[in-house]
Design a protein around this ligand. Sequence first.
Ligand code: BEZ
Length: 253
Amino acid sequence: MPEIHWDSKLYNEQHRFVSNYGADVLQWLDAKAGENILDVGCGTGDLAAKIQESGATVSGVDASADMIELAKQNYPLLQFEVQDAAALDYNREFDAVFSNATFHWIENQRGLLRGIFKSLKHGGRLVAEFGGKGNVKSIVDAIDQAAKELGLEHRVISNFWFFPSIAHYANLLEASGFETEQMWLFDRPTKLVGEDGMLNWINQFAQHAFVNLNEEEAKAVTNLAVSILKPTYFKNGEWTADYKRLRVKALKR
Ligand code: BEZ
C-alpha cells in the first residue's frame, strides 16, 4: 500500500460519498441478524454502522489510525481496530467479509485474499466493491499530461492503484480458494463537491503520485491537471469524476 496520510477531516467533509455509494453494495452483502461480519477498510465507520443495523455483529479494521479514531468517535458502541488489510490474522471467525473502496489501495492482493479466506467460516462470503479497470482514467491521464508538459513525467507516479478487470480478479479469487459467485464492472460517474472538488480529490486521493516532487512542483502538476480536466468534467458548477467500480461476491465453499 502506498504511504498515504489520510486527512480524515477532509474525507468526512468532502468525500463522504465514498460510503454513501457503498450503501448500494450492502444489498449484495445481505447481512442477517446474528452474523459476525468483518468490514475491511472501514474508514470512518459509516457502513459498519449500517451493517450493524441488520442485527449482525460488526468489527471494522482500517490501516489509518486517524480514520479509526474518527470511527470510534462516530460510533462508540462498535468495535474498530487499526490493522493492515494485507496481514489479517483471524481464523474462521466471520460469516462474511465486507469491503468498500479499499482493495484498489492494496498492492499485496494475494496476502489480502489469503487473510480474508482464512478469516471466513466454511460457507462464508466475501462482498467487496472497489475501483475496476479504467477507473478515474481521465484523472490519471490528466496528471500524466500535466507532468509531461512540466517536464516532470519521470518523477510522477500517476497510476499506483490496483484497478483490475473481471477476468483478472476472478483469477486472483480462484487462486486464493474462492468460488466467484457474481462480478459486475460498471460506470459510476461521481459528483465532487464544489468548485475545488477536483483539486480536493487529487489532494486527498492522489498525493502518492507526487512523493518524488517538492511542494511547489506538486502544486503545479495538480493545478495544470485540474485545468486540463475542467472543460470536460466541470459542468454547471459541478465536477464529475469517471469512477468505474468492480463489485464482487465470492464464496468459501
Ligand atoms: C475509488 O474509490 O475508486 C478511488 C478513490 C480514490 C482513489 C482512486 C480510486
